[in-house]
Design a protein around this ligand. Sequence first.
Ligand code: IPE
Ligand code: IPE
Ligand code: MG
Length: 251
Amino acid sequence: MQNQINKLSLEDKIKLINKHKIPRHVAIIMDGNGRWAKEKGYPRIFGHQEGAKRVEDILKIAKRVGISYISFFSFSTENWNRPKEEVEFLFTLMANYLEDKKNMLLKNKIRFKAIGRIYELPSFLQKKIKEVEEETKDFKDLTAVFCINYGGRQEILDAVNKIAYDIRNNILEDKYICENVLKKYLYLPELPDVDLLIRTSGEKRISNFLLWFIPYAELYFTKKYWPDFKEEDFIDAILDFQNRQRRFGGI
Ligand code: IPE
Ligand code: IPE
Ligand code: MG
């Protein structure tokens, strides 16, 4: 069955999608840029450059199949451990990307949001983020969430500290904190749980991504490096997801 699907064209694969079982939130750990470049004899930053190019096609196909939220892991709180040059390159790449793709987002009516410890990013990048968020804020169908300087554990910690602050300042009553209250203090409270989590590059781990949102996410791992991940591969992941039996602890 899988072999037969693999032979289909993109359009034919899209036809196989069950429109009543579209994942609402797809999250992607875009991994393998460095190895992709190294294997071709290029410096790691070439991989980041090439990887950035894949995002546009995935956004367009996500919009087309009717996904509501797509999140991309762009820079983790642990990625500061990389050489300074690589970190700086990534921030410049992201700012240029937003500048270049603003019109594409507007044309395709895609809302852009960035989450993470944004205030720690260089000001040129913060400025671009604010600008593109503002200009795309009214689009409703698809929200593209870029997780930049993002850590799942940090997000929960930041929420807990904001809750403590609000309790001290009598903004929040000191009572039992239920899930709904905690969720309101996360970076983007409207973000629904992840239905499908895709990780490229063959690694099978979460790397501190969206911890609060993945309790029942369906996990999809592919050996392809992110720069090789095409629309067809995205549709393969959706089709695989649609064949899963989700139980959420029930029977
Ligand atoms: C993912 O690719 C992009 C970022 C983490 C910014 P990597 O840079 O982690 O690529 P590998 O895993 O070293 O191949
Ligand atoms: C996760 O990839 C972070 C991003 C894709 C931005 P990493 O390459 O940083 O993860 P580890 O270190 O292999 O777990
Ligand atoms: Mg990696």
